[in-house]
Write a protein that binds this ligand. Structure first.
Ligand code: ADP
Ligand code: MG
Ligand code: ZN
Length: 591
């Protein structure tokens, strides 16, 4: 597994922990609702919060699965204040730790952290405060807990609760694996009698089972919140020219809209941010290869200013609590549905409408399969990665509700949402049997007659009968299938190939993504299985603008205000209503 593109650890290096100050009052034994009220300023517990808090205050263990923004923090912060002793919070992100501790101190809570960015003097100050029983909450990075000295220190003091935040990091198969989490399995032995909590926003049954097992929480009560984020609209469209599609999508949003764009590579992050800037969009790059001062400057601008678009690798975002992120865009395919859900979950934390927008194409499928093939790891590891990818592809290719597909993946059945792209405009499907057979038989012939395998580009040239130099050189124009697919465009063929790959009818191999038949291809060649394919949507509400011709007569009443201005206004209204750019065409002039 490639190392996580984690940029946080050095982002806040050197920042001083604030000095714990006296609490507003002593809360040991207090009513949890009073604590919620007086310390955090919230009216009521939401959802499962009250039940979780009660379970832990009573000394029980808890596994908490709640989406990002659901309010997991107070479920350990309140018990930490109500129970005697210090609440220990294990959190993988040093930057996040710092923010949380600052926020707690501002609320009069005696909080501190221990991590590798601290000066020794600062660290021993925190240690002394802990031993003197002067801390309500102590945040530590997981690698600290792997050190025997930290355990020894913590055993000399008194712990009220142990909260393992971002507990999915214990899963080796997940999207955020942190090896140090594997050492958290024996906390029950190191700190007997202290209630333990595992909290995460990742909710697949698989991760749930795995973290319960690895963190040894057999007696825990489980609290599983709904993972639906009803204010997020999901849209996935075919990738043609991702950066231009992205720019068009962003321009279709109201000016000054804050968003996050995820790209796979650092290079792509930089190029994308640059392109957006050249189009007048206030975009900033963020990835682990940037100097830490640039990263933290960009992050603070994103958090502080309105309308900044952060273009980032997945290093950006965990623990970023910016409530008014209006969109999360992916220009590369995430490796798993969990990753996609986490990343898109950073949109609309304020509950206002937000968008999860993504483009995805044949290249993504080929690239990700290649990355899996080349990843160091045994067969079963690669199989797991393959299953994650398949689920992600299923979400992309579905012709039914995206939200339903997503929630189903988390084991939460639901009805179609009526708000995602496939609900709003159900994609056309077509019978893909004949094109699939044309493609598969071309691959078979090349293999049998020439002993050769090719990638999508060559195959499409053959099918479309493109007489390129390469085709002639290789003698492909003499193949029996040369030109039998001229009825479909290059883009159509890419879509067919992508969908056959996504369904495991084709496999892509090696650096060049050469295509070969997978087992189910036999039945397709025999015509024994239907091959319904979806017709791609490109540029709906963003992407390459679709021109809609509209009648101008509705606007003529407004002639006294100046026909031209009225028409312009009217056009803007239509565009907004349709969610696509609209133009008024007079003969050959366009307004
Ligand atoms: P999570 O860790 O689950 O992503 P947080 O604990 O960071 O979520 O909380 C998300 C947001 O919800 C925060 O802004 C927090 O202030 C707010 N919040 C949490 N609990 C409540 C509550 N009971 N009432 C009002 N706001 C709350
Ligand atoms: Mg959290
Ligand atoms: Zn839907």
């Amino acid at each position: 597994m490639p190392p996580p593109d984690d940029a946080y650890s050095s982002a806040v290096a050197g920042s001083e922990a604030s000095v714990p100050r006296a609490p507003v009052r002593e809360f040991t034994g207090a009513d949890p609702r009073d604590v919620l009220h007086e310390v955090f300023g919230y009216e009521e517990f939401r959802g499962d919060q009250a039940a979780i808090v009660a379970q832990v205050i009573a000394g029980g263990d808890a596994v908490v699965l709640m989406p990002t923004g659901g309010g997991k923090s107070v479920t350990y912060q309140v018990p930490a204040l109500v129970r005697p002793g210090t609440g220990l919070v294990i959190s993988p992100l040093i930057a996040l730790m710092h923010d949380q501790v600052d926020a707690l101190i501002a609320n009069g809570v005696r909080a501190a952290y221990l991590n590798s960015t601290q000066a020794p003097a600062e660290r021993s100050r925190v240690e002394r405060a802990f031993l003197a029983g002067e801390l309500d909450l102590l945040y530590v990075a997981p690698e600290r807990l792997s050190a025997a000295s930290t355990t020894a220190l913590l055993q000399r003091g008194k712990l009220s609760v142990i909260a393992i935040d971002e507990a999915h990091c214990v899963s080796q198969w997940g999207h955020d694996f942190r090896p140090d989490y594997l050492n958290l399995g024996d906390l029950d032995e190191r700190f007997p009698g202290v209630p333990r909590m595992a909290l995460t926003a990742t909710a697949t049954r698989e991760t749930h089972r795995e973290l319960t097992e690895r963190l040894r929480l057999p007696k825990a009560e489980h609290f599983v919140a709904s993972f639906d984020r009803p204010n997020i609209q999901y849209r996935i469209e075919a990738k043609v020219d991702p950066r231009r599609q992205l720019a068009a999508f962003i321009r279709s949003q109201p000016a000054g809209t804050a968003g996050i764009v995820y790209a796979l590579s650092r290079k792509s992050v930089e190029a994308t941010a640059e392109l957006l800037r050249s189009q007048g969009i206030d975009a900033l790059p963020y990835h682990a290869g940037l100097p830490s001062e640039v990263r933290s400057a960009n992050q603070s601008r994103f958090l502080r200013d309105d309308g900044v678009v952060m273009v980032a690798t997945i290093a950006f975002g965990m623990g970023i609590d910016k409530p008014d992120v209006r969109f999360v865009a992916h220009i590369d395919l995430p490796k798993s549905v969990e990753g996609y859900y986490q990343e898109t979950g950073r949109a609309g934390r304020d509950g206002e409408p937000a968008l999860a927008w993504m483009v995805y194409g044949l290249g993504d499928v080929v690239q990700q399969r290649r990355m899996i093939d080349q990843s160091p790891g045994d067969r079963s590891y690669k199989m797991r990665l393959g299953q994650h990818l398949d689920a992600m592809l299923g979400l992309c290719e579905t012709v039914s509700c995206r939200r339903q597909n997503l929630l189903d993946y988390f084991g939460q059945p639901s009805d179609p949402c009526g708000n995602c792209d496939t609900c709003l405009e159900p994609p056309d499907t077509f019978d893909g049997l004949v094109p699939a057979q044309k493609l598969l038989s071309t691959i078979v012939r090349l293999q049998r007659e020439r002993g050769q395998a090719y990638g999508a580009g060559q195959l499409i040239d053959i099918l479309r009968g493109a007489s390129t130099e390469r085709v002639r050189q290789l003698g492909h124009d003499s193949l029996a299938t040369f030109g039998i697919g001229a009825d479909l465009s290059d883009q159509d063929w890419r879509s067919v190939i992508r969908q056959l790959l996504a369904r495991g009818i084709l496999v892509a191999r090696g650096d060049y993504g050469t295509l070969a038949l997978a087992e189910p291809a036999g039945a397709v060649l025999q015509g024994a299985t239907p091959v319904p394919l979806r017709r791609d949507v490109i540029g709906r509400a963003g992407g390459a603008p679709r021109v809609r011709k509209v009648s101008a007569s509705d606007a003529l009443d407004a002639s006294d205000r100046g026909l031209f201005e009225a028409l312009r206004e009217w056009r803007a209204g239509v565009a907004k209503q349709l969610g696509v750019p609209a133009y008024i065409v007079f003969g050959d002039a366009t307004l």
